[in-house]
Write a protein that binds this ligand. Structure first.
Ligand code: GLU
Length: 568
């Protein structure tokens, strides 16, 4: 049987012990982390400096593949990729899958697909579970185990890291003790039981088969202050970190803190744009950068998206809020542009005003860190709906058709078939009161289109039984006369309206609204009431876009059939 590297090294040490009393830290590191193929220095030499224009931001989006893209992740990735694009820099996608318990199958594909839906693509990084692009990889952390271990070995060699043999139970006891006396939680000071054990004791424990992790030997003092400049929050003062945080876990993989140092250093990341849940870990992170003698990256911590709930304000929750999942917007048919415009509105306080004047080329807006809100942004679904409504109103009919078609293909087969069968007709329907100076704003998302225009399709209209709600509107004599003797498809709008006015006296209606308002008792209604009767008969609705356009698109025969069928 072949001995594994670790045991082999221990035996080697024992044999050697007979000859000498010491072991170098280098040898010790080899025992603690055997089978590491390169040194830290060798790895560093593999990652070349980037050649980028001055002021270019190198940033990254670093999600964990847990099977759900949170709207907060969409915000962060959109903001990060926008900064990179605007500065001629790089935004890379790094998959942080070191917490193997939380990793789900297809998680990576899901992230890539959900972000791509919003045109968020990356200059480098994973492009699927198995492929990646870029020269600073691997970009999937589970493939970087050797690299992290090389960096951890460097710390051990420099007496800045050590093996910790504490059991889960011991850790739990320490935690309870700390909670009971309201002490800070963590492994520091007297709680760092294995920090100063000798090499010999460590080796003995390893020989006995005790499991260990590698902890950082924090050089910090909690009484000291560390000053950190956050691009969003400005100057921040924290107590120095004195926690001996875990660097390498039992499974040989790194913790987030350590992986963050190694990856962001090697990948030459200049800006770390991430959620402010990491703000409290900042002293750990800068300490790691300082310990290695690396330039600290610029941190930009984004506030969470919040929501009003039961009189209070809380973070949008993955568990409670449907709108927390990016897939929700896709399923509702909210245009991706509307979501992006909304993100910009939330990201920079000066965007909204700028957008009003620059709608056509809003992507030229220059994001800036100092305009990012430092308190949580209230996630306002009504505002997003409004943006969506406005955005859809500015779309060309043919573009809207294409979007609704692709939405329906995924979510509504019946409507998809109708849109396909009646392509040009559908575009004309969508064009009613569109592509004009003040277009209608009745459609809030692609999912609502069917509801808004269903009466224009006989197949859907026939299923609509709401005419019973409108029977008071039915005036058979008038409508029959109108369609048989008055309506002419070739009339222009003015002539069409004048003709309706002309039949008013015949049926007891006033030709002018003013006339009716002066003496309502003398009339059954006015010309606008006749229009309403026609509208309800052919659409089953009391409110629709322009009636003249609707009649024209339906055509005389269909209007006639609908009037006849309305007979209830
Ligand atoms: N994997 C971390 C998370 O999902 C990334 C944080 C970061 O951007 O550094 O929260």
């Amino acid at each position: 049987m072949r001995l594994s590297g670790g045991i082999y090294s221990v035996l080697f040490y024992i044999i050697k012990q007979e000859r000498s009393d010491y072991m170098t830290l280098k040898e010790y590191a080899n025992i603690l982390l055997p089978n590491v193929s390169h040194t830290k220095e060798e790895y560093e030499a593999m990652y070349k400096d980037r050649k980028l224009p001055d002021g270019a931001i190198v940033t990254r989006f670093a999600p964990s593949p847990t099977g759900f893209v949170h709207i907060g992740g969409l915000f962060t990735s959109f903001i990060a990729s926008t900064f990179a694009r605007q500065t001629g820099g790089v935004c890379l996608l790094r998959i942080e899958d070191t917490d193997t318990k939380r990793t789900v199958t297809n998680g990576i594909e899901e992230i890539i697909r959900d972000l791509k839906d919003y045109d968020i693509t990356f200059d480098e990084g994973a492009i699927s579970e198995t492929e990646e692009i870029g020269e600073y990889g691997p970009y999937i952390q589970s493939k970087r185990k050797d690299i992290y271990q090389a960096f951890a070995k460097y710390l051990i060699e420099n007496n800045l890291a050590y093996p910790c043999f504490m059991t889960e139970e011991e850790l739990e006891n320490i935690r309870t003790k700390q909670e009971n006396v309201k002490a800070r939680i963590g492994i520091y000071g007297k709680f760092a039981k294995f920090r100063d054990i000798g090499i010999e004791e460590a080796i003995e424990r390893i020989n006995k088969g005790e499991k260990y992790i590698i902890r950082f030997k924090s050089p910090g003092n909690f009484e000291n202050k560390v000053i950190i400049n956050d691009a969003v929050r400005g100057k921040l003062a924290f107590p120095e970190n004195d926690l001996d945080i875990v660097l390498i876990k039992k499974d040989g993989l790194p913790t987030y803190h350590f992986a963050h140092l190694v990856d962001d250093h090697l990948m030459k990341v200049t800006h770390i744009i991430r959620s402010d849940e990491w703000l409290s870990s900042l002293p750990i992170h800068v300490q790691l950068f300082d310990t290695f003698g690396y330039t600290r990256p610029t941190y930009a911590h984004l506030s969470p998206l919040t929501k009003k709930d039961e009189g209070g304000i809380r973070k949008l929750s993955k568990r409670k809020d449907k709108e927390a999942a990016v897939s929700y917007y896709h399923e509702a048919g909210i245009p991706k542009e509307a979501v992006k415009i909304y993100i910009m509105t939330t990201a920079n306080s000066n965007f909204e005003e700028w957008y009003e004047k620059n709608k056509e080329h809003w992507t030229d807006f220059k994001l800036s860190f100092d305009k990012v809100s430092t308190s949580g942004s209230l996630f306002d679904l009504d505002k997003l709906t409004n943006i969506s409504r406005n955005y859809i109103s500015t779309m060309k009919a043919s573009d809207l058709y294409t979007e609704v078609l692709s939405y329906s293909q995924e979510f509504d087969k019946e409507f998809y078939d109708l849109l396909t069968t009646y392509k040009n007709y559908s575009i004309n329907v969508l064009n009613i009161e569109r592509e004009i100076e003040r277009p209608r704003k009745d459609i809030e998302n692609y999912g609502a289109v069917k509801r808004e225009i269903s009466y224009m399709y006989d197949e859907l209209f026939e299923k609509d039984t709401t005419q019973y709600e409108h029977k008071d509107f039915y005036n058979k004599e008038l409508l029959t006369y109108y369609i048989n003797n008055v309506y002419d498809e070739n009339d222009d709008k003015q002539t069409w309206f004048n003709k309706i006015k002309e039949i008013c006296p015949r049926f007891g209606f006033a030709s002018e609204t003013k006339e009716y308002k002066q003496n309502p008792e003398n009339f059954k209604g006015s010309v606008s009431h006749i229009c309403e009767l026609i509208r309800v008969a052919v659409t089953n609705r009391t409110q629709t876009p322009d009636l003249y356009e609707i009649l024209k698109l339906l055509g005389k025969e269909r209007i006639k059939t609908r009037i006849e069928k309305f007979n209830i």
